[in-house]
Design a protein around this ligand. Structure first.
Ligand code: NAD
Length: 259
């Protein structure tokens, strides 16, 4: 993976799951990782883990739904490390709910975190990328950016919109040196998936193992994706070899969705 060493890489939602795995992978390739999330203690424990492995990580709190926090984050990162060169918009929530039962504030929160958070971070960190004529924005979307699952109307809507933003921004940035892409995972082995399996188990009375089996069964490979596999794809999209890849939404789902 050429071109990752020394790069300043910001990962939102870096305290666990896919974000943690992406942060570890970039640090292992010599990038300077900025880990953000809402809880300093959990960010620090991931940063310590990365330091123990010989990597560089700076833990800084930021709730992506507050633009002033994203702007303050930018000021801190720029003064401590320099401009962010790779932005991984990973922070996300995926609460399941039937459309009619869903509380309005759940709808609003999902859109605020998944879509507006991605918008704020892109808006705040993009100008420095344009100024240096190089940058990468990688949005962790989902296969529900392309297809829909029942009881996920807010989540599905937010991820379809993230994909729309990815494509529109990629076009605007096409000659700026900045690429904008989305990664679309199927079910990944993280807390988010486990929590949804527990919810599914409660609703159906089938048990968590059975719910996980159903999730695995939705993939032709009959398995969950490991967070490290998503991280490998993020590394590739950030690397020199991906200069010509922009506006794309790459599925990593064992063949479940083929569009
Ligand atoms: P996770 O719940 O394990 O981690 C999500 C991270 O986002 C956590 O660190 C959390 O603290 C952070 N976060 C949530 N709200 C935030 C906010 N307002 N500000 C800052 N950070 C916030 O989930 P995950 O499975 O690692 O998911 C990461 C991303 O991948 C999400 O965008 C999710 O939609 C997407 N995704 C996950 C799966 C899956 O099966 N797990 C599949 C497709 C896409």
């Amino acid at each position: 993976m050429e071109g990752l060493k020394g790069k300043i890489v910001l990962v939102t939602g870096g305290s666990r799951g896919i974000g943690r795995s992406i942060a570890r992978a970039f640090a292992a390739h010599g990038s300077q990782v900025v880990l953000t999330g809402r809880t300093q203690a959990t960010l620090e424990s991931v940063a310590e883990e990365i330091h123990r492995l010989g990597g560089k990580a700076l833990p800084l709190t930021c709730d992506v739904t507050h633009k002033e926090q994203v702007e303050a984050l930018k000021d801190k990162v720029t003064s401590q490390l320099g401009p962010v060169q790779v932005l991984i918009n990973n922070a996300g929530i995926a609460p399941a709910a039937g459309f009619l039962e869903m509380a309005d504030n759940l709808w609003e929160e999902v859109l605020r975190v998944n879509l507006t958070g991605t918008y704020y971070c892109s808006k705040v960190f993009l100008p420095e990328m344009i100024a240096s004529r190089w940058g990468r924005i990688i949005n962790i979307a989902s296969i529900v950016a392309k297809v829909a699952f029942s009881h996920t109307s807010a989540y599905t809507t937010s991820k379809h919109a993230v994909l729309g933003l990815t494509r529109a921004l990629a076009l605007e940035m096409a000659r700026s040196g900045v690429t904008v892409n989305a990664i679309c995972p199927g079910y990944v082995e993280t807390d988010l998936t486990l929590n949804n399996a527990k919810l599914m188990a409660e609703k159906t009375g089938k048990g968590v193992e059975e719910a996980l089996k159903l999730m695995k069964g939705s993939s032709p490979q009959q398995r969950l994706i490991a967070p490290a596999e998503v991280a490998e794809l993020a590394l590739m999209l950030a690397s020199k070899s991906a200069d010509g890849i922009t506006g794309q939404a790459i599925n990593i789902d064992g063949g479940a969705v083929m569009v």
